[in-house]
Each structure stands twice: as C-alpha cells, then as structure tokens.
Design a protein around this ligand. Structure first.
Ligand code: ZN
Length: 286
C-alpha cells in the first residue's frame, strides 16, 4: 500500500492514480492525513479489499501537489551516526547506543519544496524515515515492524555551524529551520519491498549550470541500528505515537565530510531517492 497526502487529503496511490480515502470509504476513514495513522491497521485491512487504480473514483494526479504524508507528527526523532562510514567521515567513533536528537515538528515539509538557506553551511543527509503506525511503549524488537505504518524518504537538512555551536552541541536547532525536514512522496508499507532491510539510498545535487553530482550512494543494509532495533530501543523511553517519524541516519557522502567541505548554494537542487519509495526534491534559495 502506498499512502500519500494530496492537497491535504489522505489518498492511496497506484500507478498514476490517486484514490481519495474518505470518499472511497464513504467516510469510514478521515480525510485529514494526520488522523489516518490512528486507524492504520483498519485502513490496511480495508485497502486490501480495494482495487485502487481500477476504482471509479481514482483520478490521475500531479505529483507536485503531494504534501508531507504525515503532516503533523507529534514527535520527530533523528538518529545520528547510524552508518559506520558516515561516523568515520564525521571523525566520530561508532556509538554503542543510538545517538538521538529531535527535528522540531515545525520543520516538516512535503516532497517537493523550495528551502531558504539560513546560512552558508547547510548540508544534506539522505535518510530512510520510519512512520509509526500503532506505536506504543516497550515494544519488543520482534513486534516492532508490526507497529510501524511504513517507510518514506526524508532529508535531514542540517545547518552545520548552528548544529556544532556551543558545548554540548545544538543538533536539534541546527536541524529544525523551516522546511529542514522534507518527507514523501508516500508512506510505503513493508510488504511492498522485496527486502525492506536493503534499500538503495542516493542523493544528487544539480547545480545552476545543470551539472549533476551524485553525492550519496548507500544502502540501508549498512544501518548500525536497524529499524526494528531502533523502534524497540526508542520505545523503552518514549511512547511512540501514530504518525511519529524516525529519521534513521544518513549514509556517507555529506558535504561536511568532503575535502574541502562543500555546502548547498542558492540555485542548486537536491534530489533524494530510496529504492521502492520514490524521490523528494528541494530547490535552494537565499
Ligand atoms: Zn541525520
């Protein structure tokens, strides 16, 4: 199942069609995408009975009208240094427990947005994002995958100067400027992937001159703490709530790790792709 937010309404996607969930279910499910995660298991059972692309109410749609699939998460959790090669390029030791911070929820944006650069050291971090379904507290690792709604694509945009300001550092501030948490284009349930634990993750920058550079090329099979492990560990402290997001960390290839360091500039476009989910794109302006 591919779930998305089209113009503020919850939809299912299949091929080039979108099916409005509230309309097709005769109001059994809410139109507001942020309320659907509370009913995720019911939604999946209903969706199994529906031919999305063949439904009489299914419509062709403009992908540019897709918004954040979970537009108002109550908690947005970031995990740092969760790929060994990225920890190495950051000059930091591999953590023994997940390094956790927040991206404040007002930084959430849709899959295709313009982002104002608040400084000269804004960096990219392509990430697999876990969207919580039923959630809960003290979730055993063996049950963790049943408590999530699915996966989406995210960028953990980071203003490095702000992030590393002060002692201790200010991760959450450096990562929470407007539209610094773009997500989408859809939440994809785990049954849609041949192997949900091995998904290719890439990030590509296109300059104003049209020159393209592939800056990140990783795979989620390299995660230090895998998805089920993260859900279990986080839920030992937090009550994971429907619609919450977990940014699972970035593979190597961020700008701060380059020699010399290289950051995002006005006029550049950043595209992040995850195998089986799709792409998100940000255009940067001053
Ligand atoms: Zn990150």
């Amino acid at each position: 199942m591919r779930f998305a937010n089209l113009d503020g309404r919850a939809v299912l996607l299949q091929a080039d069609r979108a099916l409005d969930i509230a309309t097709a279910s005769d109001g059994r499910f809410p139109a507001d995408p942020s309320l659907v995660f509370d009913r995720w298991d019911d939604l999946r059972a209903w969706a199994d009975t529906v031919d999305v692309a063949g439904h009489e109410a299914a419509q062709p749609f403009d992908p540019q009208r897709l918004a954040a699939p979970s537009p108002r998460p109550r908690q947005v959790i970031g995990v740092g240094l969760n790929y060994a090669d990225h920890a190495a390029e950051s000059g930091l030791a591999l953590p023994e427990k997940p390094v956790v911070f927040t991206k404040f929820a007002s930084s959430i944006a849709g899959p295709d947005v313009e982002v104002s650069l608040p400084g000269d050291t804004v960096d990219w971090e392509a990430e697999l994002v876990v969207v919580i379904g039923r959630g809960g507290r003290d979730i055993p690792e063996a049950e963790a995958l049943d408590r999530i709604a699915g996966f989406t694509v995210g960028q953990d945009l980071s203003e490095r100067t702000v992030q590393w300001e002060g002692e201790p550092a200010q991760f959450s501030m450096g990562k929470s400027f407007a539209s610094f948490a773009p997500t989408g284009p859809a939440v994809v349930t785990l049954d849609e992937f041949a192997d949900p634990a091995a998904l290719a993750v890439t990030a590509t920058i296109v300059g104003e001159d049209g020159q393209e550079s592939r800056v990140q090329d990783g795979n989620t099979d390299q995660l230090v703490f895998g998805v089920a492990d993260l859900v279990a560990r986080l839920s030992a402290t937090l009550d994971l709530l429907p619609g919450d997001l977990i940014f699972t960390g970035t593979p190597p290839g961020v700008g701060a790790g380059m020699k010399p360091p290289r950051f995002l500039r006005a006029g550049e476009t950043l595209t992040t792709e995850i195998e089986g989910i799709g792409t998100i794109t940000q255009r940067f302006v001053r």
